[in-house]
Design a protein around this ligand. Structure first.
Ligand code: MG
Length: 263
């Protein structure tokens, strides 16, 4: 009996050790530096207006469709001016009031012309395609100044952060507006919480396909391996990244709900 208990204790210790080992490590362990996606010059800049069945998430006037992530009862206090809004790093992340499952999203972003910093500390933001908690919890489509700015390729603009490298690099110069057009298929979960079908995403970046209906491994993690956890419909979140570079702006954000069909 005593031997059994000792064996059980040893097995428990081993399995706890294995879980810790999975979460341990350094951020650098999950950086991928090559192959470097080819640079593609996008066509002339264009801003696609919202179609009739879209939910307009930002029309140039106010952030009424958005709230603070840390307190969903508080307004999203980023700065609105000249038909755009700008990240307020002191306020932190913001997310939509509404929740979404499968959708088509259009969003435009701009790194300021006077941007400073290098690598991940240069025009860093991101869209969490489903926000599943406070802070940076969710699935991040990275936003970064990737115009002549070297970083790990699974962390550049158009990447699903630390998971999926973009197929090309069509980033415009700082100071110019960039477009993302995203098709998001939410993951589905069995009754017990296990993932049934993974999340899938398609992304056009300045009209260039950079993610082609690819599957995600789970929500974004900075250290270690992603792992799914069951969730339902979720807000869409924008990142106030903690680096010291000049903040980005956004404009013309709209979304179309897509049917949820059994898969
Ligand atoms: Mg980011």
């Amino acid at each position: 009996m005593k031997a059994c208990l000792l064996l059980a204790a040893a097995l428990l210790t081993t399995s706890i050790g294995a879980v810790k080992a999975q979460q341990a490590g350094k951020p650098e362990d999950t950086e991928v530096w090559e192959p470097v996606p080819k640079v593609v010059t996008p066509g002339p800049s264009s801003s696609t207006p919202a179609p009739s069945d879209a939910v307009v998430l930002f029309d140039g006037k106010n952030l009424d469709q958005w709230v603070s992530v840390e307190d969903r009862n508080a307004p999203a206090k980023w700065t609105v001016a000249n038909g755009a809004f700008t990240v307020n790093k002191a306020v932190g992340n913001i997310e939509t009031k509404r929740t979404f499952t499968n959708y088509q999203l259009h969003l435009e972003w701009r790194v300021p012309a006077n941007i400073s910093g290098t690598g991940q500390a240069r025009g860093n933001s991101g869209i969490f395609l489903a926000s599943i908690g406070k802070g940076d919890a969710g699935y991040e489509l990275q936003i970064l100044d990737s115009y002549n700015n070297k970083t790990y390729v699974n962390g550049m603009a158009g990447s699903i952060y630390k998971q999926l490298i973009p197929l090309a690099n069509p980033t415009r110069k700082p100071g110019e507006w960039q477009t993302y057009d995203v098709v998001w298929t939410a993951p589905t979960f069995a009754a017990g919480g296990a993932v049934q079908t993974p999340a899938r995403v398609t992304v056009f970046f300045n009209g260039v396909l950079v993610q082609n209906n690819v599957s995600l491994l789970g929500p974004t993690v900075y250290i270690g391996k992603p792992a799914y956890q069951s969730h339902g419909a979720a807000p869409i979140k924008l990142q106030a990244h903690g680096d010291k570079s000049e903040p980005l702006s956004f404009r013309n954000i709209w979304i179309r709900d897509l049917p949820v069909v059994s898969q």
